[in-house]
Design a binder for this molecule. Structure first.
Ligand SMILES: Nc1ncnc2c1ncn2[C@@H]1O[C@H](COP(=O)(O)OP(=O)(O)OP(=O)(O)O)[C@@H](O)[C@H]1O
Length: 405
């Protein structure tokens, strides 16, 4: 819902970026602007970006303002966006635009006008209260003229008209859309993301991206223990995440079948745990090669027998690399809700784990020493050889108008 003629997207990013030291803030803002420019350019959206006090103004055209707002809201570090129209900072101009906006958008229910003013009496001979009163009257009259019964509710209005008045210009807008939040992508060091193609791992990877970490997605092909379309699903779902990046990912597809065969052949108990340890070995090797400083997985405590707190202790012991589990304490429905919100749910409704190795009575409190003794002695070599044979595929971020959701 935009004021008529809105041609600018107001981008707010204060939040956490705003509380850093000056130099860190500059670095973060620079990265945010660069990511934003790249993401907009990819969609062929021609804009000019203006920076001002923990805000950006992305100037575009009324025809493209919604598309610009949608892409901008996906940029990590952005807390919220509004499509605004810029006008002269005079009461007349503000009244006129509020009346015009009311004619277009106010159909029923209650309303309020909220105004903020920066500047002094020399800049504007009126206060923010004057804007609210005069602006409210303009909306009221415009609604009555359109045969609507206007009603003011200052506490909980159905529709809020907003005005920001600055010394040189004023902005009018109606909606505030939440942004992706977090920190600009690229302001932290990268991590390897173990991507199964299920619901959880893309959400976990998204959370690390949200905190500024670029990800190196890794899919371990499970050979006969996986499903035929698992790789395609993992790629599709990782592709969905590219909509949050300026330039997509290089995804590693690792042929893990030999390692799994060995585990299946040599061991009986702890096969799932040994598989998880094998995957972490693979992830660690890829981290070394790509300069990544951690691994992210979609595990959450107790969701499966291989994800009990004791099992996690056993899997973690295989690597020195920190394993990040942002979903650790979330319930399944919370993870699913988040997957829907970020647009990865549809692609991930398959059972993508290595369930064909799951024993009937899995060990939920496995002793680390026993698991270590059980592990095939050549597993390290098998992991290294799998990584050597890995395929690297470029997953490009979508361009043009391939916006999701
Ligand atoms: N084939 C695979 N390739 C890469 N990573 C995997 C693979 N299978 C599992 N993982 C990683 O291990 C985690 C736990 O996998 P598992 O299948 O046990 O649990 P899950 O809760 O069903 O996870 P998901 O919903 O992500 O598949 C996944 O979130 C993912 O990070």
């Amino acid at each position: 819902m935009n004021p008529p003629g809105a041609d600018t997207v107001l981008v707010r990013f204060s939040g956490e970026v705003g509380v850093k030291s000056r130099s860190v803030q500059h670095r973060m803002e620079r990265q945010l602007r660069q990511n934003l420019k790249q993401m907009l350019a990819r969609h062929d959206l021609d804009v000019s970006i203006e920076a001002e006090h923990a805000r950006l103004y992305v100037h575009t055209t009324p025809e493209e303002v919604d598309a610009v707002a949608e892409v901008t809201a996906r940029v990590f570090g952005v807390t919220s966006v509004s499509s605004v129209r810029e006008i002269d900072p005079t009461l007349d101009a503000i009244r006129d635009l509020l009346a015009e906006t009311a004619r277009e958008h106010y159909e029923s229910g209650t309303f309020a006008v909220r105004a903020r003013r920066a500047g002094n009496e020399e800049d504007h001979p009126f206060s923010s209260t004057d804007i609210e009163r005069e602006g409210g009257a303009a909306v009221f009259e415009a609604a009555q003229a359109s045969d609507i019964e206007p009603e003011v509710d200052l506490d909980d209005p159905d529709l809020t008209f907003r005005v920001e008045c600055r010394p040189e210009r004023a902005f009018v807008y109606v909606g505030i859309q939440s942004g992706a939040g977090g920190l600009p992508l690229g302001t932290q060091q990268p991590v390897v993301a173990l991507m199964s193609g299920g619901i959880d791992s893309p959400v976990a990877a998204w959370h690390l991206m949200k905190r500024g970490c670029p990800v190196v997605p890794v899919y371990v092909n499970l050979g006969r223990f996986g499903g035929v379309d698992h790789r395609a699903r993992a790629e599709e779902i990782t592709q969905q995440l590219t909509t949050y990046t300026p330039d997509g990912f290089t995804m590693w597809v690792v042929p893990g079948g030999d390692g799994l065969e060995q585990i299946a052949e040599e061991t009986e108990r702890y096969q799932m745990l040994l598989t998880r340890r094998y995957m972490l070995r693979i992830a660690e090797l890829i981290a070394e090669q790509t300069g990544a400083v951690g691994i992210v997985t979609g595990e959450s405590i107790g969701q499966k027998s291989s994800q009990t707190s004791a099992a996690i202790r056993v899997t973690d012991a295989v690597t020195d690399c920190p394993v990040h589990r942002p979903l650790l304490t979330l319930d399944k429905h919370e993870i699913t809700d988040r997957a829907r919100e970020i647009g990865t749910y549809e692609e991930s409704t398959i059972d993508a784990g290595c369930n064909r190795l799951a024993p009937e009575n899995p060990a939920t409190r496995p002793p680390l020493a026993t698991v270590r003794e059980t592990e095939p002695t050549n597993i390290k070599r098998l992991a290294a050889s799998a990584v050597e044979q890995a395929e690297q595929c470029n997953l490009e971020a979508p361009g043009d108008n391939q916006l999701l959701q």
